[in-house]
Design a binder for this molecule. Sequence first.
Ligand SMILES: Cc1ncc(COP(=O)(O)O)c(C=O)c1O
Length: 394
Amino acid sequence: MFERIQPAPPDPILGLSAIFAADNRAHKINLGVGEYRDATGVTPVLDVVRTAESRLFESAPNKVYLPIDGTPDYGRVVRELVFGTGSGEQANTVTVQSPGGTGALRIAADFAARHFSQARVWLPDPTWANHPKIFEAAGLTCHSYPYYDAASRQLDTERLLAGLAETQAGDLVLLHACCHNPTGVDIDDDTWAAVARILAERGALPLIDFAYQGFGDGLEEDAKGLRIFRELVPELLVASSFSKNFGLYQDRVGALSVVTADAEQASSVLSQLKICVRTSFSNPPAHGSALVTTILNDSDLRSAWLDELAQMRDRINGMRQSLAQGLVRSGATQDFSFITQQKGMFSFSGLNPQQVERLREEHAVYIVGSGRINVAGITPNNLEGLCTAICAVL
Ligand SMILES: Cc1ncc(COP(=O)(O)O)c(C=O)c1O
């Protein structure tokens, strides 16, 4: 039977890492995959994670299955992070633990496919390359709404609002909470409120992808738009990831939180989400969620985590400034100051596919075909070579 199976193309982002690994040029630079790197080019295990790990190593009582939806304690700390202090016990909101943010999105997709099978899924243009694949894999159809204006390198607010007015009752609308991937261009507070009003009026269900909480302006600041939104819509889904902000990429820890009208609806929704989990991965992995719960439940560990998160954020923002200045020093005549205004790990450089290919072939600089640069991969050591390479292909 396997004779009929055709080879699939490599993943546009993770596939690039494999090609990078096979490149033996010593000066190669990987700005493709969305992993944070420190000033030495290493993706560190956070000190606070090491501390929590050693505590868990001493105290972990057993390795029995977790509940299908994860532990109640984990659900509570996730809700506090997403919706703010005091939100952990809200009876109209439920949380299921997931393997990473991807797992949370897939549970949301499966839930929608089971219960709102006619739903159209609306994604921003552009968006993370995996988004449409996740929803299509669950059997849903994806559409795009306008988001980014390439000419001004800003949010295209007017077209965004007009596009969302096309949604219908029962549709699912995905929004990036902060640090939009791939553009780094976020929605401002007024626009969050305007979008919420449109979706509430149309009866469309919002799904907010929260993969970079703390990487933009801060933990609370990055949740601001989402919280404005929550006040204005009756129902909401939020997919959280702790891959980036806790550096737990390989531990696969995330969560799907669902805001409903009341406790009774929340309980019904939770029971159905559990069926989605049980039929895909049965119950979640324990290690990453135990780390997140341990850190967030201990005031010393929590403040150590906030410090390390701030260090990551500050380094990225520092590299944004250095990249913009370095390009000028290397002779770029174009205005690259927009790089310093974007948020999070990514910058939409505006480089076209031919320039991206030349960067890789001629200069061993790896960025995603869309022109997305992972700013967190830039270090003081590779900055000059990178700027020279970019100016050479411009
Ligand atoms: C926008 C967005 N959503 C979700 C994810 C998924 O993250 P995770 O690795 O936790 O599955 C990513 C990861 O790159 C992302 O960029």
